[in-house]
Design a protein around this ligand. Structure first.
Ligand SMILES: *Cc1c(COP(=O)(O)O)cnc(C)c1O
Length: 439
C-alpha cells in the first residue's frame, strides 16, 4: 500500500516512510491510496468475531503488503490487551466503552498500535534504536508513554510545557527504567512543538539516528481506530440478535481522528447510515456541517477539554475523502454542539434515568445521538474516556464521588530533566541518552 499526501505535491510513499515522516514534506497528511472494500458476506458473519480477529482482517487488507501477516496478528493482539464492551444504555442506544486501556481513554489504541508498528518497521532495516519525539499538552503524552514503554528498539522523548499538566498526567509520564523519557520545557505547548520540529530539521541528528514522531496526525495512530467501529457493529448485531436496518454512530470530536477513522471504516464497507459529530462550544466542525463555512478560531476551555480544538487537524483528511464536496458530506455527517451546561445535564440525566455514569466527552456524544436518532434506528456513541478521569465534573453533575487516580501517591516521582526553550538543550539530551544506552 502506498500513502499519498493530501496536498498532492510530495510523492506517494511506502508505509514505512508515511509512519516515519508523520507529515509529508509538502505539509500534507498521509492517506492510503486505495481503500480496500470488504465483501458484504463478511458483515453477515461478523457478530461472532472477536475484536482481535476483526482487527486482523482489516489491518491485513490495509498493511498486508508492508508487514507480514504473522507480525500484523501479533501487533493487533498486543494492541487490544483490554476489552472494548458495547453497553446498552437505553432503548436503541449503546455506549462503546473505549476507556478500559492503561490510561483510560481511547487514545491508548492508536498509541499502542503505532509503537508496535514503528518497532516492526525499524527492525527490518537496522538495529539501532529509533528515537520517537512527541510534544504533549496533556492527555496524549500518557497514552503514548504507556503505548511505547514495553516496545523494544524504540526510545520515546515526551516534551511537555512546565506547570501545565495535572498530577495524574505527570504520573503517567513517570516510567523510570523504561525507554520513555519525559522532558519539562520552560515554555508553552507551542514551544514544545517547535523544538520537536527543530529536531526533525537537524540534519546532523538525522544522520546519526532514525527519528520520528508519535504525533496524533500519524497515519498509524488513525488506522487502528477503524477496528473498533467494525467491532461496535459486530457487538450491536449480537446484542440485537439481528442485522439492524439503520445504524447511526455518534463521535465526540476535537481533532476529528475518530470521525476520520469511522469514515474510512464506512468506505471499507461498514454498514452505517450516517455519523453524528458532537462538539462542545468549540463548534468549528458542527458549524461547518450546518453552514458549509469552515472557520477555524481560538479554542476556549470547556468541561470536555479534550475537544477544545479550534482548528481540527483531520478536517483536511475528511474533505479529501469527500473530494471537498460539502453536499454529500453534510448529508452523511450531522453536527451538534453543546454548552458545558448541556453536557453536565446529559451526564445528570443519564445517571438518574439509566444509572449509567458518563464522562463529559461521552455525555456530549450521547446528547447528539438523542437529538439525531430517528424512531426504529439503532445508535452507538463512543465513550472516549473513563468517568474517573473527570471526577470533579462527574461529582458536580451526579453527586457521585469517584476516587480518581489523582489521589495516587506521587512521592516517588523522579524529577524530569528541565530545559529552557533551547534546541541545543534538547539536542544534548537526545545525544546523551543514546551515549548511555550504548555504554
Ligand atoms: C482526544 C479525545 C477526544 C477527541 O478525539 P478526536 O479524535 O481528536 O476528535 C474526545 N474524547 C476524549 C476523551 C479524548 O481524549
Amino acid at each position: 500500500m502506498k500513502f499519498y499526501s493530501i496536498n498532492r505535491i510530495a510523492p506517494s510513499v511506502s508505509l514505512r516512510e508515511a509512519v516515519m515522516n508523520g507529515l509529508a514534506p509538502d505539509g500534507g497528511l498521509y492517506m492510503p491510496e486505495r481503500i480496500p472494500v470488504i465483501p458484504k458476506a463478511f458483515f453477515n458473519n461478523i457478530s461472532g468475531m472477536s475484536i482481535r480477529d476483526i482487527a486482523f482482517v482489516v489491518a491485513d487488507l490495509m498493511l498486508g503488503d508492508d508487514i507480514d501477516s504473522a507480525d500484523i496478528r501479533e501487533i493487533v493482539n498486543d494492541t487490544f490487551s483490554f476489552d472494548i464492551p458495547l453497553v446498552k444504555v437505553e432503548s436503541d442506544i449503546y455506549s462503546l466503552e473505549l476507556f478500559h486501556g492503561p490510561t483510560l481513554a481511547f487514545k491508548d489504541v492508536g498509541a499502542r498500535f503505532l509503537a508496535r508498528v514503528i518497532s516492526r518497521l525499524s527492525d527490518s532495516t537496522d538495529s539501532r534504536n529509533v528515537k520517537v519525539l512527541v510534544a504533549t499538552s496533556g492527555d496524549s503524552g500518557g497514552a503514548v508513554a504507556a503505548g511505547f514503554k514495553d516496545v523494544p528498539g524504540v526510545e520515546l522523548f515526551i516534551l511537555y510545557p512546565s506547570g501545565r499538566l495535572s498530577r495524574m498526567q505527570l504520573d503517567q509520564l513517570n516510567l523510570p527504567g523504561s525507554q520513555v523519557h519525559a522532558i519539562e520545557v520552560l515554555g508553552t505547548f507551542d514551544d514544545c512543538q517547535r523544538l520537536v520540529k527543530e529536531a526533525f530539521a537537524d540534519a546532523d541528528l538525522r544522520r546519526n539516528f532514525d527519528i520520528t514522531s508519535a504525533n496524533s496526525i500519524n497515519i498509524c495512530r488513525l488506522l487502528p481506530q477503524m477496528f473498533y467501529f467494525f467491532h461496535a457493529y459486530a457487538s450491536l448485531v449480537s446484542s440485537v440478535g439481528d442485522i439492524p436496518d439503520s445504524v447511526v454512530i455518534s463521535v465526540p470530536s476535537g481533532n476529528l481522528g475518530n470521525l476520520t477513522a469511522g469514515l474510512l471504516a464506512w468506505r471499507m464497507g461498514l454498514p452505517v447510515s450516517r455519523f453524528v459529530v458532537a462538539n462542545n462550544v468549540n463548534d468549528v466542525t458542527a458549524s461547518y456541517l450546518r453552514t458549509g463555512k469552515f472557520i477555524p478560531r481560538r479554542a476556549v476551555r470547556t468541561v470536555a477539554c479534550a475537544m477544545d480544538v479550534g482548528n481540527p487537524s483531520n478536517m483536511s483528511r475528511i474533505l479529501d475523502l469527500f473530494a471537498g464536496d460539502y453536499g454529500p458530506l453534510s448529508r452523511f455527517v450531522k453536527g451538534y454542539s453543546y454548552t458545558d451546561e448541556d453536557i453536565m445535564g446529559s451526564m445528570a440525566r443519564t445517571y438518574s434515568a439509566d444509572s449509567y455514569l458518563l464522562d463529559p466527552h461521552g455525555a456530549s456524544a450521547l446528547a447528539a445521538l438523542r437529538d439525531d436518532l430517528a424512531p426504529g434506528e439503532k445508535g452507538i456513541f463512543l465513550a472516549t474516556a473513563h468517568p474517573a478521569k473527570f471526577p470533579r465534573a462527574v461529582y458536580d453533575a451526579t453527586g457521585v464521588s469517584l476516587k480518581g487516580r489523582d489521589s495516587q501517591d506521587s512521592s516517588h516521582r523522579v524529577p524530569h530533566p528541565r530545559i529552557s526553550v533551547s534546541y541545543e538543550a534538547l539536542k544534548n539530551i537526545l545525544m546523551n541518552e543514546t551515549a548511555s544506552a550504548v555504554v
